[in-house]
Design a protein. Sequence first.
Length: 61
Amino acid sequence: MGYIKEPKGVYLAIPPSRLTQKEADEISDFIQKDKLKNKNSKDKMVVKALKIIKKYDDDHA
């Protein structure tokens, strides 16, 4: 996300707003799903890296 520079004499202000319980639950669900997705992809990368290291070790033993 980029930085928005205020022009001289113009002030950008965003008033605070409260989330409804439904909106808060949707955001929480999204975050939990995203964390699970990232965990799975990280686990896959680790497994792949270990396979590469094992192959390298076998080839250079």
